[in-house]
Write a protein that binds this ligand. Structure first.
Ligand SMILES: NC(=O)c1ccc[n+]([C@@H]2O[C@H](COP(=O)([O-])OP(=O)(O)OC[C@H]3O[C@@H](n4cnc5c(N)ncnc54)[C@H](OP(=O)(O)O)[C@@H]3O)[C@@H](O)[C@H]2O)c1
Length: 384
């Protein structure tokens, strides 16, 4: 029987790569649901090719009347959640960007359905809720390359044997740029990652190193680690995705070519390990691998994320929301690259944490942070 999956964010970078993996294993996976934000034409083209039972467009409307048999069509804010709750699914791939992934992730896990999670913002904003929902039977299968690597290194290990967990970062496109030049970089330059081809939001996060900060918080929840055991190392070649240091001084590392189709494939078929159809890393051709500490003065977002994670409560949610607004404004040309950490820091400084656990608390903190970030961004854009 093929595995029955839905892909949320199917028109994006991870969504399309997931469909490429599906195509590489004909007959093994049935695409039952597809969903995205606003790209109706791309969604319809995918629906024509993969013949899902259900499609959803969160921001707009699509007419699938020309498809036969026609899929069920949902639109609007709860459209993705309705796809995640579609009957008979084995797995939901959550590959949307931003907090839009939270409700469908909770919906799938709440029904005992496995979630292949690429969407890190959901774990950052509501890690406790997501981990609690996963106690109902659905598993969280990490897709982020670093977390997939950690998952593989940590599986079967006793927590007390783990001394340190290291996430690697490419360092982004501005790793060696003189700090004074950072102020003038534009969205086009920020979206070019040296090793990975990704959506615009995560590309900017990689350039500010916020991406690595979000991943630290994600790892804290996924693997139940305290922040003292988490570390970030810049590794420009992106061949080693993560390392685990054991108590006796041994290190385990997970290496592969920087290609997201491999962690996607691992999550889709887990616990089976498939003979891949991707080009394989040749250690003899790897050349020099280098590692260096991150430059926290040049990239303050990493420290901001670490601090928000340590402070807990609604601070990580507010960090994420303020960052989403800041990146959006930067991509629209309204803020400078160096305004991103400034804006996030100013919103965090004004936050009084909400301590009542629950979804409403997360959504309230998220709304508060977006409103304030929007106001502050307007002032900063005018040079305040
Ligand atoms: N790309 C990578 O290599 C990579 C690696 C690790 C983790 N991730 C994580 O995976 C997630 C997706 O990244 P990506 O690079 O694939 O992003 P992307 O290329 O920008 O794609 C985002 C997808 O989410 C959909 N979407 C965005 N906002 C939405 C909303 N409010 N409601 C419904 N759908 C929405 C988009 O639909 P439309 O385009 O139709 O609007 C698109 O299908 C992010 O959380 C990212 O951090 C990505």
């Amino acid at each position: 029987m093929p595995k029955r999956i839905a892909i949320l964010g199917s028109t994006g970078s991870i969504g399309r790569q997931t469909l490429a993996v599906v195509e590489a294993f004909p007959g093994d996976i049935e695409v039952v649901g597809l969903a995205c934000g606003h790209d109706g034409p791309a969604l319809l083209a995918q629906a024509a090719r993969y013949r899902p039972q259900v499609i959803a467009l969160a921001q707009g409307r699509v007419d699938a009347g020309h498809l036969s048999p026609g899929p069920a069509v949902f639109s609007g804010p709860d459209a993705l959640t309705r796809v995640a709750a579609w009957p008979g699914l084995d797995l939901v791939v959550v590959a949307v960007s931003g907090l839009a992934g939270l409700a469908p992730t909770l919906a799938a896990l709440g029904r005992g359905i496995d979630v292949a999670l690429a969407n890190k913002e959901t774990m950052v904003a509501a890690g406790d809720l997501v981990m609690a929902a996963a106690k109902g039977g659905g598993r969280i299968l990490p897709v982020d390359s670093e977390h997939s690597a950690l998952w593989q290194c940590l599986e079967g290990r006793r927590s007390e044997d783990v001394r340190v967990v290291i996430l690697t970062a490419s360092g982004g496109p501005f790793r060696t740029l003189p700090p004074a030049d950072l102020e003038g970089v534009d969205a086009r330059a920020a979206c070019v990652n040296p090793n990975w081809s990704m959506g615009r939001k995560i590309s900017v996060d990689s350039a500010t190193l916020m991406n690595k900060g979000l991943e630290v918080i994600e790892a804290r929840w996924l693997f139940g680690l305290d922040y003292d055991r988490l570390q970030v190392v810049v590794h420009p070649e992106s061949v080693v995705h993560a390392m685990v240091g054991l108590c006796d001084g041994t290190f385990l590392a997970c290496l592969s070519r920087p290609d997201m189709r491999l962690p996607i494939q691992y999550a889709l078929f887990y616990p089976e390990r498939k003979t891949g159809c991707l080009p394989v890393l040749d250690p003899g051709q790897m050349g020099r691998l280098s590692f260096e500490p991150p430059d926290l003065a040049r990239f303050p977002c990493l420290e901001l994320a670490w601090e928000a994670g340590r402070r807990g409560f609604t601070f990580p949610c507010v960090l994420n929301a303020a960052n989403e607004v800041a990146v959006e404004r930067f991509l629209a040309g309204e803020l400078k690259f160096t305004d991103i950490p400034r804006l996030v820091s100013r919103v965090l400084a004004k936050h009084l944490p909400l301590k009542e656990p629950g979804l409403e608390t997360v959504l309230t903190a998220d709304r508060w942070a977006r409103t304030l970030a929007g106001q502050l961004a307007g002032q900063m854009g005018r040079g305040a």
